[in-house]
Design a protein around this ligand. Structure first.
Ligand code: URA
Length: 200
């Protein structure tokens, strides 16, 4: 078994916060273990909690469409969330839940070592772009140690607002060029540490 599979099994047994009492399934994440791009959402919703897989509901269908628009399938990237368990009633994650769960995402990224981390929505943006606002930084890339950090709106937000839908589609279409512009560097694949940096 791979180290990432081991880790996901460990995540699946987590009972470190109260979300463990109400969840049906833990949603560790899925995709290519050597993915170039990691997409990080907020938390599992109802569909994800039923299936134990990330982004399998309506927002996930839109994410699949967005990936197809750049010639990619979900199996070629890694998809996971800031929280691995569904907050009841789809409420926003609590600061303590985010803090408790952070170790899992950090360890996943340390193993996958993606060249690009794409944040989907406010909660994953806050992890990699602290203090920023999504309306200001979406579609802009920032590089640290060869890893590109890129913020996008959450696909669920774009489901009901046509203007946002066009924006998120346009932001997704920038990804191939951003990856092409940046050559992989020998030390590029390191665990990301959040800090303030200028945009590319
Ligand atoms: N929204 C998220 O942020 N993540 C999912 O997995 C599904 C919906």
């Amino acid at each position: 078994m791979s180290a990432l599979t081991d880790l996901c099994n460990e995540i699946a047994g987590c009972r470190q916060c109260d979300l463990a009492k109400q969840r049906n399934r833990v949603v560790p994440g899925e995709g290519a273990e050597d993915a170039t791009i990691a997409f990080i959402g907020e938390a599992p919703g109802w569909h994800e909690d039923q299936q134990g897989r990330p982004f399998v509901g309506p927002a996930g269908q839109f994410l699949d469409e967005l990936l197809a628009s750049i010639g990619m399938k979900r199996q070629q990237v890694y998809i996971c969330n800031v929280l691995k368990c569904r907050p009841p009633g789809n409420r926003d994650p609590l600061p303590m839940e985010v803090k408790t769960c952070q170790q899992w995402l950090d360890r996943q990224l340390a193993l996958i070592r993606p060249r690009m981390i794409v944040t989907l929505g406010r909660y994953s943006m806050a992890r990699f772009f602290p203090g920023e606002t999504i309306s200001k930084i979406h579609g802009k890339a920032r590089r640290e140690g060869g890893i590109i950090h890129y913020a996008m709106y959450h696909p669920a937000a774009a489901l009901h607002q046509q203007a946002l839908r066009d924006t998120i589609k346009a932001d997704m279409r920038r990804i191939p060029a951003l990856l092409a512009e940046t050559q992989p560097q020998p030390d590029a694949k390191v665990a990301p540490k959040p800090r303030q940096l200028s945009f590319l």
